[in-house]
Write a protein that binds this ligand. Structure first.
Ligand SMILES: [Fe+2]
Length: 380
């Protein structure tokens, strides 16, 4: 029997007021020590960064974060880290800000460039604490051992997977999620659903993560439409925050699959949002995977609200695919990549990166090159 590793942050603060709770802790633990706050410009404009900057914490701000963070951004953030002599790092935002903060944590204790750490378990040491405040629901970057950084020179995404970069404290405060636009709510919500489903059917799935996966799928199916329709619905935001968090707990240990492996090169080369790429690929890849996980997809249908009581397992598993498609349509996910300017001739340059992506190993059935090409074609 193999040993299963369950990895997650030491502490999680969840609920309205969680950011203030973190600030209070840090004011005690770090007193006047310098720290680096990494976020995107929206966090400054919306005033969330100022809440931290106006506390008694001695923070330097780096707010030049863009979607799909790249090696140039990491190098600039590292300059801020070195100049400020920071002894801890706070990442405030979605995956882009928190992944950059994870990269700085690596480079604070190891010689760069960050591309050296592409792959699994490549980080040997770390030196400074990392605190991650999540503002989307979401990538679950505040929970996980993953960081994805696009190489500016090659446009390839480096996927770094190491339990050394799991934040020490993760924060989920739904009050900062109220203002997220509906299209971003939809894309990040389906990203979280993808985490839960890929972890549930992954070759690395375990009883300990299956509970979290199923509950996450149930919460997202129930509350994502409400969060998209009315961003001010605090109950929907709170439940989405919980749903994406436990999806992160699950996939952090169980792994992901070909949705993420195929989404990464599209996002890197076309500079498209991660959540949108996943959302377009999710139903297509699930159709491929369904025959290899019929029992599990039948359970997915049940927790998504399908009445499976009179269905065979096979029928219920097929109903899960329809439920996933219906949810994507309900929250207005683009039908395919063609709507986003992608051409069929773009596909061939993605295939090799997808096949070699670390997430590919988790898929319930390995894919051939030809199958990857066919699934990309179906996703146009
Ligand atoms: Fe993701």
């Amino acid at each position: 029997m193999s040993v299963f590793t369950l990895a997650f942050p030491k502490i999680n603060l969840s609920g309205i007021g969680a950011i203030e709770a973190l600030t209070n802790r840090l004011e005690t633990e770090h007193s006047n020590e310098p720290g680096l706050l990494i976020c995107d410009p929206a966090m400054v404009e919306l005033g969330f960064a100022n809440k931290l900057l106006e506390s008694s914490l001695n923070l330097t701000l780096f707010s030049d974060i863009r979607p799909n963070p790249d090696t140039n951004t990491v190098n600039q953030a590292l300059d801020s880290f070195v100049t400020s002599q920071a002894s801890y790092i706070i990442g405030l935002g979605g995956g882009s800000a928190i992944d950059t903060a994870k990269a700085i944590r690596i480079l604070s204790a190891n010689e760069g460039p960050i591309s050296r750490f592409n792959g699994v378990d490549t980080v040997n040491k770390i030196s400074v604490p990392l605190y991650a405040i999540n503002t989307t629901a979401g990538t679950a970057a505040e929970v996980t051992s993953n960081a994805v950084i696009t190489d500016t020179a090659t446009q390839v995404k480096h996927v770094i997977i190491s339990d050394k970069i799991i934040p020490d404290i993760s924060v989920n405060d739904p009050s900062v999620m109220l203002g997220i636009p509906s299209d971003i709510t939809a894309a990040t919500g389906i990203d979280a659903l993808t985490h839960a489903i890929e972890a549930y059917v992954s070759v690395g799935a375990h009883t300990l993560t299956d509970y979290a996966s199923l509950e996450s799928i149930r919460l997202i199916a129930q509350y994502l439409p409400a969060a998209v329709d009315n961003g001010e619905d605090i109950e929907a935001r709170q439940m989405m925050a919980y749903g994406q968090f436990i999806a992160g707990l699950s996939f952090n240990s169980a792994g992901l699959g070909m949705v993420h492996a195929m989404a990464h090169p599209v996002g890197a080369r076309k500079d498209l949002p991660h959540g949108v790429c996943n959302a377009i690929l999710l139903p297509v890849v699930c159709e491929f995977n369904r025959p290899y996980r019929v029992e599990k997809f039948a359970k997915v249908a049940h927790v998504m609200g399908v009445d499976t009581s009179k269905m065979s397992e096979e029928e219920a598993s097929l109903a899960a695919i329809e439920a996933i498609k219906a949810l994507c349509k309900r929250v207005r996910i683009p039908k395919g990549f063609a709507e986003l300017g992608v051409k069929e001739s773009d596909i061939l340059e993605w295939v090799s990166d997808a096949m070699n992506d670390p997430c590919a190993a988790g898929n319930p059935q390995p894919m051939t090159t030809q199958q990857v090409i066919q699934l990309y074609q179906q996703s146009l």
